[in-house]
Design a protein around this ligand. Structure first.
Ligand SMILES: Cc1ncc(COP(=O)(O)O)c(C=O)c1O
Length: 375
């Protein structure tokens, strides 16, 4: 039994920013500007600049951001939106909220994101948008996706919920699609102290429409232009995000070092490691290995005090919520196999080199145990 290594340690992060956070929250209480005050505007400006885009519309979750992106594109019943089944289910909630149908294509087994070679065949007359996911912080292969989308005149929306600051061909994610959506759920690379999200775009009309839709459809107070939502971000979250955004580059760099550490220490073992790409820089929201006896490996790690995650155990097309789509096991074999083999190792900026070494050693020990017991 090693000392416990948790999957994520938000208390450790808080300890490093505590006095700044408490002062900022106190300022908001003193100002009594709790909803969408100046602090929210400040965060929007800073996050748009960070992403390298014109507009950031802050909202109350990544799910809301995705929903607004679908609404901005007028996605409606009868339409189809192409996405991947290996994602967090919120990606497809946003499609379903509009009454449209999610159409899945499988992932590339190495990049673990939308396989562009499968995209063209999935496009139909009804396709209203394409929604790739930058899963685990790894950007999807945007160049071929955008090329195909452009040829068909179909807008692309990036689900960047897990990829704040990730680079593809030296540009930050968020700049590639008509819009991109981020989550600031607490465990994300940039996480609020509650719920939060943002839609970013270079398009003035989408930004204006998203701002109206998040605020009861009013462009002027008490004049409501269309049926809309209360998706506003509260000022506490914006204050925390302002403080954390200033540290995001350092935190992402720490994750990157940790990922390299894992990849070096685990190379040569019979587990499949994530690929480090030349065309992109992942921000390592998750470090996900694939192993044959995943559940045994997970139990062994747990016995040794190491927490892991499974992202995700059931691909979206096989979730009960989507039974009405009529998918069967085997429809998206790469996602399905991946869901049985994936294991997320602890990764967060405060994790020490020594802890990375311990996790790698325990993984190695589990592999040796498994090979002995199967002989
Ligand atoms: C890929 C992906 N899309 C969408 C979301 C939804 O974000 P939120 O939880 O902020 O609604 C998340 C986060 O949980 C996610 O990981």
């Amino acid at each position: 039994m090693t000392n416990k290594i948790s999957y994520l340690d938000l208390q450790a992060q808080y300890n490093n920013i505590r006095s700044e956070v408490l002062a900022a929250l106190d300022d908001i209480c003193e100002s009594a500007r709790f909803a969408q005050g100046p602090v929210t505007a400040e965060f929007e400006k800073a996050f748009a600049a960070y992403c390298g885009v014109k507009h950031c519309v802050s909202v109350n979750s990544g799910t809301s951001a995705l929903h607004l992106a679908m609404r901005c594109l007028d996605v409606s019943p009868g339409d189809e939106v192409i996405t991947v089944p290996m994602t967090f289910i919120a990606t497809t909630w946003a499609i379903s909220y509009t009454g449209a149908r999610p159409v899945f294509i499988d992932i590339d087994p190495d990049r673990r994101t939308m396989d562009p070679t499968k995209l063209e065949a999935a496009i139909s007359r009804r396709t209203k948008a394409i929604l790739p996911v930058h899963l685990y912080g790894q950007p999807a292969d945007m160049e071929p996706i955008l090329r195909i989308a452009d040829r068909h005149g179909i807008p692309v929306v990036e689900d960047a919920a897990q990829a704040h600051g990730a680079l593809y061909q030296e540009r930050r994610v968020g700049q590639f699609g008509a819009m991109a959506c981020f989550s600031f759920y607490p465990g994300k690379n940039l996480g609020a102290y509650g719920e939060g999200g943002a839609l970013v775009t270079n398009n003035d009309e989408y930004a204006a429409r998203a701002r109206t839709l998040r605020d009861h459809g009013q462009s002027q107070r008490y004049y409501h232009d269309e049926i809309a939502y209360n998706y506003r971000m509260d000022s506490f979250q914006a204050a925390v995000l302002n403080i954390k955004l200033a540290r995001l580059e350092d935190w992402n760099a720490a994750r990157s070092r940790q990922a390299r550490g894992y990849s070096e220490l685990l190379s040569g073992l019979p587990v499949k490691l994530p690929t480090h790409y030349r065309d992109s820089e992942s921000v390592w929201h998750c470090y996900v290995i694939e192993c044959d006896q995943r559940d045994e490996m997970r139990s062994h790690l747990m016995e040794m005090g190491i927490e892991t995650g499974i992202h995700y155990p059931i691909p979206v097309h096989l979730q009960r919520a989507y039974a009405s789509l009529g998918h069967r096991p085997g429809d998206f074999p790469i996602s399905e196999e991946f869901s049985h083999r994936c294991l997320s190792l602890p990764i967060y900026p405060e994790l020490t080199e020594e802890q990375i070494r311990i996790v790698a050693q325990v993984v190695e020990g589990a592999v040796v145990r498994q090979s002995v017991s199967s002989n």
